[in-house]
Design a protein around this ligand. Structure first.
Ligand SMILES: Nc1ncnc2c1ncn2[C@@H]1O[C@H](COP(=O)(O)OP(=O)(O)OP(=O)(O)O)[C@@H](O)[C@H]1O
Ligand SMILES: [Mg+2]
Length: 261
């Protein structure tokens, strides 16, 4: 699947015939059965599919948190299925940012410190680290809460802090699993817009697994995970209002955002 938005010579994410089986007692569950996917920098791709279809499994594989039964996964051109633990954690820290529904912000650290955490292993000087973390919080418009503890923040603010943390190491790829699952509609819409901006304005590849039609509608492509493979025919038509309809309503937020950049 070659994207018209392709600008880099290699894709940010490429899955080639990826299979993932799980053993359940004596039974083998074949979750991914030959999944192919190509995502370039600058793209925001939604992955939809029934509960249990394997969306999280796929994101975990791309994020290097799990290993496929067979197949290749290339992140920024590098086959991560061939890496040892040390090389893998290097790729995870520098190439991939993750945003999951339950944000896993560390409860004993402030918002600012949470964003600094991924930078600790890179021996970045304290002052520089703090400056970078603050800049990311500013970008996410939550810098006024930098010194607050996670429990003092709203769900939307926690998502913004988690997004800032995911970007700490300037990743090529951002993986989001149900990023709006816990949020009210308006807050969810803001987070989707932020994710879209991260693809469009910062040239990252953003992949979001979601059940939320609003998230899917904002994506460049919607891929359906069905019977262990990704398909894109008809899904876009189902989730996306037609261009004509969008123009008639005069409310294509992506068009506004992209023309203003
Ligand atoms: N570690 C595991 N061991 C055994 N089975 C697993 C494991 N991880 C996932 N599965 C199974 O793989 C299938 C896909 O799970 P997955 O969490 O990827 O689905 P999903 O599409 O993300 O669902 P949801 O929309 O509910 O989040 C399920 O049947 C699940 O039970
Ligand atoms: Mg899931």
């Amino acid at each position: 699947m070659i994207s018209p938005l392709a600008t880099d010579k290699h894709a940010a994410v490429e899955c080639i015939d990826v299979r993932r089986d799980f053993q359940d007692g004596t039974r083998v569950i074949k979750v991914l059965q030959g999944t192919n996917l190509t995502v370039y920098r600058g793209e925001f791709v939604a992955i939809v599919g029934a509960s249990g279809s394997g969306k999280t499994t796929l994101l975990n594989l791309i994020g290097g948190l799990d290993t496929p039964t067979s197949g290749q996964i290339l992140v920024d051109g590098k086959d991560i299925t061939k890496l040892n633990d040390e090389q893998m954690s290097e790729v995870r820290r520098h190439k991939i940012g993750v945003l999951f529904q339950d944000q896993h912000l560390l409860p004993i650290f402030t918002a600012l410190e949470n964003v600094e955490v991924p930078m600790l292993l890179d021996e970045i000087k304290t002052e520089e680290r703090r400056k970078r973390a603050m800049k990311l919080l500013e970008m996410m418009q939550v810098d006024h809460r930098a010194q607050h503890m996670p429990h003092e923040l709203s769900g939307g603010m926690r998502s913004r802090v988690a997004l800032a943390r995911a970007l700490a190491m300037d990743p090529a790829v951002l993986l989001c699993d149900e990023p709006t699952g816990d949020l009210d509609h308006a807050t969810g819409a803001e987070i989707i817009q932020l994710m879209r901006n991260l693809a469009k304005k910062q040239n990252r590849a953003v992949l979001a697994a979601t059940h939320d039609p609003e998230t899917a509608r904002m994506a460049d492509r919607i891929l359906l995970l069905r019977d262990g493979v990704l398909v894109d025919e008809l899904v876009g038509d189902y989730f996306k209002p037609s261009r004509v309809e969008v123009r008639a309503r005069g409310s294509d937020p992506s068009a506004a955002e992209e023309s203003s950049s």
